[in-house]
Design a protein around this ligand. Structure first.
Ligand code: NAI
Length: 480
């Protein structure tokens, strides 16, 4: 029986391995992690991450051919294929701070693999890493190998949170990069044999190591760039009276462009986009390509601009101050159908409003109070470390309360901001909300999910990203 071990039981390691176990009953899959609490959660009824469909997959396989364990060494020792899906944070200190990937966790995983292995293994990069990481890992492994042969593969993960299980069941492509030697090709074939148990062969792409590593960074950069492009247009739409939804629909009907990923919003978030672009920027700079680095940097600059533009709109429309005013925040996760808050635009928007002394009342159906408090008090990039290495008792942000109901959040509020596109926010009883708010009552829709005309009929002053402005807002220009 082929044995797979995955180091890192996170958003990627957990769902990808659960799906491999489901689709390959003849393979034994162990997911291991240094965080004992995370492993305990994977073994309980309350999984550590929320992902539609994940519970069902885990329940079908757990205890049969899928195991979660904190005995990292034992399972690595036994495995034929070891996936590494550990954190790759952005460096906050030293060379490349604020841009380069910190490979501490990756390197310690590689050293541990070399230490405990007594048989040949295929080591698979699942984490997103800078180009040429495989080569570095290969060096660590071979210099410590004691005669054991390791083959390194790059198998970047393209799943999107919120649709992870669907994406894994039916991926657009699986990408496997490896050495162009006979041993490298054999290793590629071994991993292909796993995926081909459910993925059509033509969707399994094989490349050299560097192309696979770079393709992942490039794919995320292209996706984020589309969002920044439409968000840049949204600012121009507001200035000219055009409607960004009409513009993006018209643009997206061109088959060369396509309709997906063209929704204007308060900005992109998630653990990958910003980190991967910063990483790409750093690699360009290291390779003497400052113009290319500058080009990609702009995608992040527009994203930051969009978030501060939103905050400025809120403050400017409410008579240039939100000091001691209650503002309801609906949605904190970086997108719907996930409880993930990593790099969510809600953090920057909330911090911007707190900077203007607002009182925030936050509701998100999937995010806990503890998580929100941590996010609002953590330093930039600190989230991307194993849970037990993050600050344990964050200072509570006093002007923030977290509630479990949208009506409670909006009661007596002066304004409400929609920051995540949860479906339930589309069907709230906005008349009831309006009746319980201070007047004038404002809605700032950072996701363009409410029917602005209906809300205006109720009496709200409405701001929708990239839509023709309410006369009220026209008179209150948001200049930073
Ligand atoms: P995560 O933070 O949810 O999980 C990483 C896990 O690795 C943590 O539970 C941590 O305790 C564990 N870990 C760290 N060092 C370890 C070690 N030496 N031994 C055992 N366990 C260790 O992170 P996530 O989101 O799963 O990301 C993992 C990698 O995949 C990152 O490189 C990320 O950039 C990449 N990625 C993430 C995607 C996403 O949607 N979240 C999508 C595609 C790639």
């Amino acid at each position: 029986m082929v044995k797979i071990c995955c180091i890192g039981a996170g958003y990627v390691g957990g769902p990808t391995m659960a799906v491999i176990a489901l689709k390959c009953p003849s393979i034994e899959v162990a997911v291991v992690d240094i965080s004992k609490s995370r492993i305990a959660a994977w073994n309980s009824d309350q999984l550590p991450i929320y992902e539609p469909g994940l519970d069902g997959v885990v329940k079908q396989c757990r205890g049969k051919n899928l195991f979660f364990s904190s005995d990292v060494e034992k399972h690595v020792f036994e495995a034929d294929i070891v996936f590494v899906s550990v954190n790759t944070p952005t460096k906050t200190q030293g060379l490349g701070a604020g841009k380069a990937a910190d490979l501490t966790y990756w390197e310690s995983a590689a050293r541990m693999i070399a230490d405990v292995s007594k048989s040949d293994k295929i080591v698979v990069e699942k984490s997103t890493v800078p180009v040429k990481t495989a080569e570095a890992i290969e060096k660590i492994l071979t210099h410590n190998s004691k005669g054991i042969k390791f083959q390194i593969l790059s198998n970047p993960e393209f799943l999107a949170e919120g649709t992870a299980i669907q994406d894994l069941f039916n991926p657009d492509r699986v990408l496997i990069g490896g050495r162009e030697t006979p041993e490298g090709q054999k290793a590629i074939q071994a991993l292909k044999d796993v995926y081909s148990q459910w993925v059509p062969k033509e969707r399994i792409l094989t490349t050299n190591l560097w192309s696979a590593e770079l393709s992942k960074l490039a794919a995320n950069a292209f996706l984020a760039q589309r969002i920044s492009s439409v968000n840049a247009m949204s600012a121009l739409c507001e200035a000219t009276g055009a409607n960004v939804q009409q513009v993006s629909y018209s643009v997206g009907t061109d088959s060369r462009i396509g309709p997906k990923f063209l929704n204007a919003s308060v900005g992109f978030g998630g653990s990958c986009f910003q980190k991967d672009i910063l990483n790409l920027v750093y690699i360009c700079e290291c390779n003497g390509l400052p113009e290319v680095a500058e080009y990609w940097k702009q995608v992040i600059k527009i994203n930051d601009y969009q978030k501060s533009r939103f905050v400025n709109r809120v403050v400017a429309s409410m008579f240039n101050t939100v000091s001691n005013k209650k503002i309801a925040i609906l949605g904190f996760a970086f997108k719907k159908d996930t409880g993930d808050t990593r790099e969510t635009p809600a953090i920057d928007v909330c911090q911007g409003l707190l900077g203007d002394k607002a009182n925030l009342s936050i509701y998100d159906p999937q995010v806990t109070e503890d998580q929100i408090q941590r996010d609002l008090s953590m330093n930039k990039f600190d989230w991307d470390h194993p849970i037990h290495l993050q600050p344990t008792s964050p200072t509570t942000v006093k002007k923030v309360s977290v509630v479990w109901d949208a009506y409670e959040a909006t009661k007596d509020a002066h304004g409400l901001c929609i920051l995540t596109e949860w479906d339930e926010f589309k069907t709230l009883d906005y008349q009831k909300i309006f009746d319980n708010m201070q007047k004038p009552a404002f809605v700032f829709d950072g996701r363009n999910i409410v029917d602005a005309d209906k809300l205006r009929e109720i009496g709200f002053i409405v701001y929708s990203i990239g839509k023709p402005l309410d006369p009220w807002l026209k008179d209150m220009p948001a200049v930073a």
